[in-house]
Write a protein that binds this ligand. Structure first.
Ligand SMILES: Cc1cc2nc3c(=O)[nH]c(=O)nc-3n(C[C@H](O)[C@H](O)[C@H](O)COP(=O)(O)OP(=O)(O)OC[C@H]3O[C@@H](n4cnc5c(N)ncnc54)[C@H](O)[C@@H]3O)c2cc1C
Ligand code: FES
Length: 346
């Protein structure tokens, strides 16, 4: 169910990132969340006559009075938020939800790898451990492009005061104005050699969120060091596919374009509803959501399997490569669109 939230603060965190502080409009307490989870927002913005769904992770620890999400200006919706949404306005969101989540009370060391805006869920994790489980070891690796894009500088720096938390900030581009040890710790790419020997514990957890090349690099480096793949958790804010790959995939699916062709229908078996597919939606999941048919989701990029659905009839095409490979007769509605009439067991 979507709830309405009032924007009570809008705070600039860096040149392209704003945080929104959201209070439930009905005055109720906020639903608790696990650090790492996100809200699914439904926006109606000028210039779009369909609802646009976007997902924003909690960037703060849980507070019963408000949520904080932090948004980087990128495309249609985030630019609208950045340029136009103001304090006092109302937004709609569903959740908390998501499978990228940390159990704060556990004891094993946890290493957090953030690239750019990927800091949001990991900052929530680090702050929650600092507050709730101060005995647990944390190593936070934060890759930043440059000083202008250094979001949450003071908040991340304040974590260094906790004896159980190590923070390593890396700047890609250092200028003469930047002070090593104050603005940043290291120049260049995230360096896993800084991982403390505590992380030899086989139960240590590794959480990665950032641009695709950074995520692949950290994941591969961890695997090369013998880390069990089950201990590595990743959240993509965009498809993990390399850009060229994504373009090829989407182009390869271009024959599925329905413009000028007979309308494609989706039949929802358990709902007993038939709807005409609208190719302005990015996925079957978002199309269904817009028509009040819920398909439970986790990662939204084909990586977790939460949305796995029986495809009883018809064919779909994937908009990007997915880590989960659905068996014949199944599909991942978060990542595909129909190319023929389909029947879903929903
Ligand atoms: C679980 C999750 C948590 C996120 N948390 C944050 C956060 O804390 N802060 C933040 O700034 N952003 C976050 N994002 C990204 C955010 O949801 C938007 O994708 C981002 O703001 C860009 O939206 P836009 O409308 O501005 O750009 P668009 O106009 O949508 O363009 C951006 C590009 O991203 C691609 N894209 C993005 N999402 C999808 C999708 N679901 N399916 C297919 N293609 C997609 C499009 O191909 C497009 O090329 C998160 C995403 C996910 C999935
Ligand atoms: S929501 Fe994770 S695979 Fe679809």
């Amino acid at each position: 169910m979507y709830k309405k939230y009032k924007i009570v603060r809008k705070v600039k965190e860096s040149s392209l990132v704003y945080s929104l502080y959201l209070e439930p409009l009905d005055g109720a307490v906020t639903e608790p969340f696990l650090p790492g989870q996100h809200l699914m927002f439904r926006f109606t913005i000028p210039g779009s006559d369909i609802p646009l769904f976007r997902y924003y992770s909690f960037s703060e620890i849980y507070d019963p009075k408000f949520y904080r999400v932090s948004i980087k200006k990128e495309g249609v919706v985030s630019s609208y938020i950045f340029d136009h949404l103001q304090v006092g306005e109302i937004v709609e969101a569903k959740g908390p939800q998501g499978t990228f989540a940390l159990e704060v009370e556990k004891d094993h060391p946890v290493a957090l790898f953030a690239g750019g805006i990927g800091i949001t869920p990991l900052l929530s994790m680090a702050k929650a451990i600092a507050l709730i489980n101060p005995a647990r070891r944390v190593a936070l690796f934060y890759g930043v492009n440059d000083r202008d894009n250094h979001s949450f500088k003071e908040e991340v720096s304040a974590l260094k005061a906790y004896p159980n938390i190590q923070v390593h900030t890396f700047y890609n581009n250092v200028t003469p104005a930047d002070v090593a040890g104050a603005d940043y710790d290291y120049q260049g790419f995230i360096d896993l050699n800084l991982l403390h020997s505590d992380f030899k514990d086989a139960q240590s957890g590794y959480y990665i969120c950032g641009p695709a090349p950074m995520m692949h690099f950290v994941e591969n480096s961890l695997l090369e060091r013998g880390v069990d793949a089950n201990q590595i958790h990743m959240e993509s804010f965009a498809s993990l596919a390399a850009p060229e790959e994504t373009e090829t995939e989407v182009a390869a699916g271009a024959e599925g374009d329905t413009t000028g062709k007979e309308a494609i229908k989706i039949y929802y078996n358990r709902e007993g509803r038939e709807l005409e597919w609208d190719s302005r939606y990015r996925s079957i999941l978002e199309f269904s959501e817009a028509h009040d048919i819920e398909i439970v989701s986790g990662c939204l990029f084909g990586d977790c399997g939460t949305c796995l659905t029986t495809l009883m009839k018809g064919e779909v095409k994937y908009m990007h490569p997915t880590m989960i490979e659905p068996a014949a007769g199944d599909c991942l509605p978060c990542s595909c669109v129909p190319v023929t009439d389909i029947v879903l067991d929903v």
